[in-house]
Design a protein around this ligand. Sequence first.
Ligand code: B1M
Length: 212
Amino acid sequence: MSKLEEVKAMVEAGKSKLIPDLVQEALDEGNSAQEILKAMIDSMMVVGNKFSAGEIFVPEMLIAAKAMSRGIDVLKPLLAGKSSVSLGKCVIGTVAGDLHDIGKNLVSMMLESAGFEIIDLGVDVPAAKFVEAVKNNNNVTLVACSALLTTTLPAMKETVQTLKSSGLTGFKIIVGGAQVSQEFADSIGADGFAPDAGLAAKKAVELVKTLN
Ligand code: B1M
């Protein structure tokens, strides 16, 4: 089994303690950080499918998520560069009712590399808290909302609509997450959508450039 396959298998099995060394060994074997990240995302798809099939339950999903987060910690310095430009502050969070944070954390990392100063509100963030964060921080140019559940799409809609009707200006809103599509983003009035963390950073830069 290659180191990449081992990383995949051990993330699926939720072997958090083994992951940092395995990820380092996979890097030493010549795999890129992007390849290893993709392998771990594939593992989470497998985990999700097993959950849907009733083969595993929430605790197994949780330990797999912990293992993936440990792997991302090792990859972070390689995935995230340092930008010399400053694009203002980004308020980011997973919307109300939703506890998934791996995707949000990846997006946050890529936005930081692109030049945003990150204000991370965490998970299960009510619309009012996003508004409060924009109000209480100067130079917020971007609000980024993540949602992983079909049942939390209404909370994403509420967040976008609350921000839009708050009277606050000078920022764009980008949304994303497994159940979010361009069509849904358009339907709730978000300014932008991206299917993954890399494209989220690209889209965010495009969006804030239109502010001036
Ligand atoms: Co949950 N869960 N989960 N889960 N979980 C999913 C999402 C699910 C698809 C699994 C399945 O059934 N196949 C399913 C949702 C089905 C649906 O709604 N259609 C599901 C369910 C049902 C649930 C519970 C309801 C289960 C239960 O309790 N019965 C429950 C809900 C809890 C809650 O939130 N209130 C629950 C709980 C959990 C855990 C807590 C155990 C754990 C999360 C731990 C954590 O995040 N710290 C968990 C996990 C791990 C998953 C899966 C297996 C993996 C998610 C993940 O981290 N993927 C997931 C299955 C799957 O996704 N295939 C599943 C890796 C991550 C990198 O991908 O977050 O999609 P993702 O991010 C991507 C893109 O979406 C995008 O960029 C990233 C890639 O670069 N992206 C953005 C994300 N945010 C973005 C924002 C952007 C732009 C792009 O702009 C701002």
